[in-house]
Write a protein that binds this ligand. Structure first.
Ligand SMILES: [Zn+2]
Length: 231
């Protein structure tokens, strides 16, 4: 079993960087509280840490993580309280100006949904119940892309599920009113870890387009940098 010493040395670097060299920034956050500009709904996937991907500082993002970065519909907000309560706190108490749904390639949760296998044990039923939030996305892509390979279906469903969550956000009255008043913007982002790109859903184009295209580093290919086993 691998130990956790890497995490402890990492915390020592955090102490040095944020509590030492840049202590004024953290002192300000402690004394005045947090005022993040964005609420991010991200997947639990260990490769998709929003603050790490965007090189943010403490205090920049209010992050909610769950399996497959889903937002439950308002009609089921009480049933899935963990995510909806975090949404309420971020929007009403912290008054964030942006909500970003951050989906990603190789999402194990979405691939589980697309596989559509019988859920017999307790663990599978728990995961299946949660993933059912994105059932409409699965039905849409399996219908529209009938006959396509599993990878194509999974990628399409990863993106379609982001749109489901964006739609669900607008079902919360206190989110819709802020969006319509121009106080809150919603974003659908997709981290393509295979190609090292960040995409955003463009409603006018009806598709996800590169927000931050891949940059070829000297001597390093995207495959070398980003390819890893699905998880
Ligand atoms: Zn995921």
């Amino acid at each position: 079993m691998r130990d956790v010493s890497k995490f402890l040395s990492g915390f020592r670097r955090f102490q040095h960087n944020y509590l030492g060299a840049r202590h004024a920034h953290f002192d300000h956050l402690v004394q005045d509280g947090q005022h993040p500009r964005a609420l991010v709904i991200a997947c639990c996937d260990s490769r998709c840490d929003p603050a790490l991907l965007t090189d943010c500082d403490p205090g920049d993002m209010f992050v909610v993580r769950n399996v497959a970065n889903l937002v439950p519909p308002h009609t089921q907000a009480i049933e899935y309280t963990a995510t909806s309560a975090a949404l309420a706190f971020g929007v009403r108490n912290l008054e964030v100006e942006h909500i970003i749904i951050l989906g990603h390639a190789q999402c194990g949760g979405i691939r589980n949904l697309v596989a559509h296998k019988p859920r017999e044990c307790d663990e599978d039923q728990l995961i299946g119940k949660w993933l059912s939030i994105a059932e409409d996305a699965r039905e849409k892509v399996t219908h529209e892309l009938a006959g396509k390979d599993a990878e194509t279906l999974a990628m399409a469903c990863e993106k379609a599920a982001i749109l489901i969550s964006l739609g669900n956000l607008m079902g919360y009255p206190w989110i819709r009113s802020r969006v319509e008043a121009g106080k809150l913007q919603l974003h659908g982002w997709y981290f393509d870890m295979v190609h090292g790109e960040l995409l955003e859903y463009e409603p006018d184009a009806g598709e996800f387009l590169a927000l931050v295209p891949h940059q070829h580093g000297p001597g390093r290919s995207s495959q070398h940098l980003w390819t890893s086993a699905p998880g």
